[in-house]
Design a protein around this ligand. Structure first.
Ligand code: FE
Length: 221
C-alpha cells in the first residue's frame, strides 16, 4: 500500500498549543456563540432556524458550486484541463471567488489514484466551492485518521477504495485549498452538466465518498 501524505506545509494559523489536537474555541467562535445565546434568550432567534441556515450553507448552497465545477469538467475537456492546470482561475471564471478560496488546486481521481482532503491542524476548507466545513471535517478523529488510516476513514463513509488504487492525502492550509474531482460515474456518458450536477455530493469533493451512481439517484439514496 502506498498511501502517501501530500504536502504538509501549514502556515498562517494561530494554534494555541502546537502539537495537541484540542484547539480551544477561537475568539470569533466564542463571540458567535455568545451572540447566538443572546438572540435565543431574547426570543429574537429560534435555535432550530439557526441550525437550518447552517445546514443549508453546509450541505446545499456551498457544495452546489463545487458540483457545478465538477459537472463542467466532466462535460468540457477544455475546462477540465484548465481546472487541473490552474484551478484558481478556472473556478473564478464561473464566479466562485472569495475568502478561503484564493488559492485552489483540483485533484483528479482516476482508476489508479484516489484523493482525500483534510486539514490536520484546524479546518481549512474551500469556502467558495464547498461552503462551510461539516462538523466531522473539523473533528480531531478525522484530522488525525485521515493521515494515519485514510482507507479506513473512507471505508467508514461507505466507500471502498480498491487496493490497486493509491490513496493520496492532501493537507489543506491557509495558502492552498483543495477540491477533489471525482470520477464520472459509469452509465452517464452524454449526460448534460445540469443532470450530472446531482450526482456530485459534497463528500465526493472532499474524497470520503465517490460520485453517486445513476442507480443511487433513482433509488433515492
Ligand atoms: Fe487549517
Amino acid at each position: 500500500m502506498s498511501d502517501s501524505p501530500g504536502e504538509h506545509k501549514h502556515h498562517g494559523h494561530s494554534h494555541g498549543s502546537g502539537e495537541d489536537f484540542t484547539d480551544p474555541p477561537s475568539d470569533i467562535e466564542l463571540r458567535v456563540k455568545a451572540l447566538e445565546s443572546l438572540l435565543v434568550e431574547k426570543g429574537l432567534a429560534d435555535p432550530d432556524a439557526i441550525d437550518a441556515v447552517i445546514d443549508t450553507y453546509e450541505t446545499k448552497v456551498g457544495p452546489r458550486n463545487g458540483a457545478a465545477v465538477v459537472a463542467r469538467a466532466w462535460t468540457e475537456p477544455g475546462f477540465r484541463n484548465w481546472l487541473l492546470k490552474d484551478a484558481t482561475a478556472a473556478i473564478a471564471s464561473l464566479g466562485y471567488v472569495g475568502a478561503q478560496g484564493e488559492q485552489m488546486r483540483v485533484l483528479e481521481n482516476t482508476d489508479k489514484v484516489h484523493n482525500l482532503v483534510v486539514c490536520t491542524l484546524c479546518s481549512c476548507y474551500p469556502w467558495p466551492v464547498l461552503g462551510l466545513p461539516p462538523v466531522w471535517y473539523k473533528s480531531a478523529p478525522y484530522r488525525s485518521r485521515a493521515v494515519s488510516d485514510p482507507r479506513g476513514i473512507i471505508e467508514e463513509f461507505g466507500t471502498h477504495v480498491p487496493e490497486t488504487s493509491e490513496v493520496r492525502v492532501w493537507d489543506s492550509t491557509s495558502e492552498m485549498r483543495y477540491l477533489v474531482l471525482p470520477q464520472q460515474p459509469e452509465g452517464t456518458e452524454g449526460w448534460s452538466a445540469e443532470q450530472l450536477v446531482n450526482l456530485v455530493s459534497r463528500n465526493s469533493m472532499i474524497g470520503v465518498e465517490v460520485a453517486r451512481s445513476p442507480e443511487a439517484i433513482r433509488s433515492g439514496e
